[in-house]
Design a protein around this ligand. Structure first.
Ligand SMILES: Cc1cc2nc3c(=O)[nH]c(=O)nc-3n(C[C@H](O)[C@H](O)[C@H](O)COP(=O)(O)OP(=O)(O)OC[C@H]3O[C@@H](n4cnc5c(N)ncnc54)[C@H](O)[C@@H]3O)c2cc1C
Ligand code: FES
Length: 281
């Protein structure tokens, strides 16, 4: 972290149109010194600041390799849903914006060492999970089996299909995909992502699950994993809330006694289980 209050200038070096409403922006900090000092853990996020429009939290998709080899390209995959994100996805290469971060607590990679890791994501929830899969693959010998389970509403919404196919070919790696609505070329599961969890090679003693996506999907998946034998403490999930300061001062992201920006976005399931799905939280 460089200065938690001060956005650093970044330039869009590449814009990838993933679907009509989802764009990946590849950013480079313009100050080489800041580039050398920037480092983040999988699961953390940046605040992207579009001058004169506003600022939003967006997960960092780049894996740590990008930081280690000094190229430091910060990939952010953004779905246009409102005022700021609609403006962000229109940026073209050469455009400038502000970046504050990285913020929050990422995935529990230390606890995952020596364990099977099951990553279960829904919708664009796959963005914060991609960096962790890259890291697990980079340090492959430290972990047991890896499962990547991804659900989308419609088969057309699946982005990074090549990446899933590449991961499926890696040793001791299971990839399971689901779409609520299939299309003609869909050859995976049709239905909800929870319908795939029975197919996991689940060694309940040495497993850890990482969940990311809409809250009802994470709640249903966590409860199903518990029915299948995981203890709640073996489950971690990444939460989203509206944010402003991102450093635990303004209270916008409060979730019970916790601040999602500072105590999360990744939480151990027992810490959020009761409030998850409660109206008003
Ligand atoms: C830690 C974290 C990581 C995130 N990572 C990503 C990411 O990688 N890619 C991505 O596209 N989005 C991500 N988001 C969500 C993103 O921050 C919101 O979509 C964005 O703030 C919406 O701002 P807006 O001005 O475009 O929309 P607004 O005009 O503020 O709102 C448009 C609609 O989106 C809803 N909304 C606003 N903020 C959120 C939110 N935080 N979560 C859920 N719904 C919201 C509003 O209720 C409204 O219905 C993340 C959020 C958090 C907290
Ligand atoms: S965004 Fe201000 S306290 Fe979390």
């Amino acid at each position: 972290m460089i200065n938690p209050y001060l956005p650093l200038e970044a330039e869009v070096v590449e814009r990838i149109q993933e679907t009509p409403s989802i764009v990946t922006l590849r950013l480079r900090l313009t100050d080489p010194d800041a580039r050398h000092r920037f480092y983040c853990a999988p699961g953390q996020f940046n605040m992207l600041y579009l001058y004169g429009v506003g600022e939003v939290p967006i997960s960092i998709k780049s894996g740590p390799q990008s930081f280690l080899d000094q190229t430091l390209l910060l990939d952010h995959t953004i779905r246009a849903v409102g005022r700021v994100t609609r403006a962000l996805v229109k940026l073209e290469p050469g455009a400038k914006l502000g970046v504050r971060g990285p913020y929050g607590r990422g995935w529990p990679l230390n606890q995952a060492q020596g364990k099977d890791v099951h990553i279960i994501t829904g919708g664009l929830g796959c963005a914060p999970a991609v960096s962790v899969v890259h890291e697990l693959m980079r340090q492959r010998s430290r972990y047991g089996r890896i499962s990547v389970v991804q659900g989308v509403k419609h088969a057309d919404d699946l982005i990074w299909r090549d990446q899933y196919e590449h991961w499926a070919k890696q040793p001791d790696t299971q990839v399971l995909l689901a779409a609520d609505q299939a299309n003609a070329s869909w050859r995976w599961h049709t239905g909800m992502v929870t319908g795939l969890l029975d197919q996991l090679h689940l060694d309940t003693e040495r497993s850890l699950a990482m969940l990311c996506g809409p809250e009802p999907m994470m709640r249903a998946s966590a409860e199903r994993l518990i029915e299948l034998g995981l203890r709640p403490e073996q489950i971690w999930l990444s939460m989203e809330r509206n944010m402003q300061c991102a450093i635990g001062h303004c209270g916008h992201c409060q979730f019970g006694a916790a601040f999602v920006c500072k105590d999360g976005p990744v939480f151990n399931y027992p810490a959020v289980r009761e409030l998850l799905g409660t109206r008003g939280f």
